[in-house]
Design a protein around this ligand. Sequence first.
Ligand code: HCA
Ligand code: CU
Length: 452
Amino acid sequence: MNHFTAYTPRPLEIIDSTLREGQQTSLLHDHQRYFFSREDKEEILRALILYGVKFVELFSPAVSARERADWAALRAVRDALITQKGYTFLLAHVRCHPHDVAAAIAAGADGLNVYIGTSAESRTFNHGHDLAGIVLRARALLEDVRRSHPQLVLRFSGEDAFRTSPADLFRVYDEIAPLVHRLGLPDTVGVATPASVAARVTALRTRYPVLELEGHFHNDRGLALVNALEAVKNGVRFCNTTVCGVGERSGITSLTSLLFNLHADRDYDRLEGYQLRGSYPINVLVADKLRMLVPSTEPVSLTNRTHTAGVHQSAVLRGAASYEAHPLDNFGVSESGILLGPLSGWNIIHYFLKEIRYFQLDEDTARQIARVFKERVYGIQPDESPEELLTAIAEREFGLVHAQLPLAASPIVQRLDSPLPGQVRRIATAKPPAERANVAAALQAFESQSNG
Ligand code: HCA
Ligand code: CU
């Protein structure tokens, strides 16, 4: 059965590249990991499939013996989820080289994401072929693959497309377009802007109206997200992402940030088939593999529901909508945090002592305690938390009695709650341990929720 001809593409097809581009992140090296283990990859692939991703890019099996061996394991993960979630296409990212193509086919790839540099920089420093040479090689390779393996899904990318002149890109793509399903448009070095993306996409769509386009945007200028949004809105159906945006240098468009923004823009059609509640869990899962917290720059992060300024805190206590404009719970960020510190006002201190720690105190005492706390907290020791300091002041200096009641679990102030014994003080980007443990459960919940 040819799965691809049987598949009707949705308005937006993510081609997630966490397991390819994502493994090129220097963050792995920063944390002495260097690569994802097979178990990491299996978990990430499973999470991506449950999240609703149908196209996953993997390294060419020619990269290393380990990558080659992992292909079989990842196909098994995919196969195990077919009944529940339908078919997921595993695409090999391959150089325009018969050796890579043969290895991908042997590994059981569903498709080939073929690339070769087309910019002057790429031609000079990467492979040394001129445009005619590129066309010659690519045509021969793709014609051969189509003849011998007609079931493969084929994409061709001129690497560094945004530093390739339109004339040069057309020179190559005109020859290749009849041979492939999609043409790629990678901003390899992160030079594109929303305006240049719109212009390029429009030009390609006009010239190749029947072909699908695939976007890939690097974040060197911090524009990977907005460029992807612009591409998608101009008619690019296939978009490359990675979880948390990790990738070469500063990475590419983050999977959940793209979907989150389409949601914010009410572009609901493009969200068809994605389990948005899995957004935060999948960010936590991959951040965990990188031994880091979900970056504070990720829109779908606990940081975006954590409040520190006194004015914000007291307003959020009355109504979270005051400083939380987005429905982050729908993206799996199921709790908010309020951090005690020098900016906290007396009312949050009153709330904490009364509602969370069950001290009997009136508002006036809370004001007095707040004055002491605000002074003392500047001299806090590294092994002490603001919550401990505040509790100590309340008990020792104000003689408040602490009723032995269970800890409250208010969804608003989870982060104010007592840390577990020996747990380090939480910082703004920290995720609650409960969330970590819940990742697997949350992802598994999609299994039962979604029926493919
Ligand atoms: C790479 C470069 C690449 C390829 C993208 C593509 C890029 O790491 O090999 O194949 O479309 O950014 O150009 O990721
Ligand atoms: Cu890239």
